[in-house]
Design a protein around this ligand. Structure first.
Ligand code: ASP
Length: 292
């Protein structure tokens, strides 16, 4: 079994991952397990990563697996080796699982065709980031007790965000009302268009997304402070949300662009650090599901 998209998972598997992650999150994080002793996990990241790469490595270690991260910048990728040939090479080394992030939509699925071992998509282009959506769902459920019937506003660069795509699939499947909002030029073609203020009105969860400047064809041409004022999460905008609403961000944040830094650091409202910790727990649950 591979984990390439939210739709690769049945409802039962989603529930099992969320429950298991909740267990790992509550458990002593340094209590090492031997469940995956003797297993070998390869990390293959063609795009930059802090949270996803480190949490897959941490999750693997915590379960007793060995991890090797291929240094893409120093590898034969830089000599022009194709993705297919890289996958065939790694497959010949017989890892038990491969985690891949790539800038092209569908690259993990293509690699999964070649690999004998299960493949996890750690983010492909603008397509999907399924483990991010699972960790966001697990975080919301643990903090608010449920997902069903919650109003969840996802705001910012929706067009280029694999996080928005995987989250809206998963959270709507789990019964939430998902509202997508952002500047018109950062909304997917044909998507219903709410303003950020409309999306945040009465929301239980406000999830802010980074402008993916590396995927923009032309610069937005916004002056410093303009994005925050027009579309970002300020305390004035957050006041429109439901009482007790929580704030999320998958990271990396652009403080002062899509989110005011003081809101990101507010211990009562911000779940951003909890998302990171839950990221390890969810990836432990996914590794266990695919390998144990
Ligand atoms: N870290 C997330 C991703 O890889 C979000 C982002 O980069 O803005 O998609």
């Amino acid at each position: 079994m591979d984990l390439l998209s939210i739709d690769s998972l049945t409802d039962e598997q989603v529930r099992a991952i969320l429950d298991r992650a909740d267990h790992f999150f509550g458990a002593n994080p340094t209590a090492d397990s031997t469940t995956l002793n003797g297993k070998l996990v390869f990390n293959l990241f063609y795009e930059n990563s802090t949270r996803t790469l480190m949490s897959f490595a941490t999750a693997s270690h915590r379960l007793g697996a060995s991890v090797i991260t291929m240094p893409v910048e120093q590898s034969s990728v830089k000599k022009g080796e194709s993705l297919d040939d890289t996958a065939k090479t790694l497959n010949a080394m017989s890892p038990d699982l491969l985690v891949i992030r790539h800038g092209n939509n569908g690259a993990p699925a293509a690699v999964a065709e070649i690999m004998d071992a299960p493949v996890i998509n750690a983010g492909d282009g603008t397509n999907e980031h399924p483990t991010q959506a699972l960790l966001d769902a697990a975080t919301i459920r643990r903090r608010l007790g449920r997902i069903e019937d919650l109003k969840i506003a996802i705001c910012g660069d929706i067009k280029h965000s694999r996080v928005a795509r995987s989250n809206s699939r998963l959270l709507s499947r789990l019964g939430a009302e998902v509202r997508l909002a952002g500047p018109a030029e950062l909304m997917p073609d044909g998507a219903p268009h709410l303003s950020v203020d409309e999306a945040i009105e009465g929301a239980d969860v406000v999830m802010m997304l980074r402008v993916q400047r590396e995927r923009l064809e032309a610069d937005l041409g916004d002056a410093p402070g303009e994005f925050l004022r027009r579309y970002g999460l300020t305390s004035e905008r957050l006041a429109r949300a439901a009482p007790g609403a929580v704030v999320m961000h998958p990271g990396p944040m652009n403080r002062g662009v899509e989110i005011d830094g003081a809101i990101a650091d507010d211990p009562d409202r911000s779940l951003i650090t909890m998302q990171v910790a839950m990221g390890v727990a969810v990836r432990m649950a996914c590794l266990e599901l695919l390998l144990a």
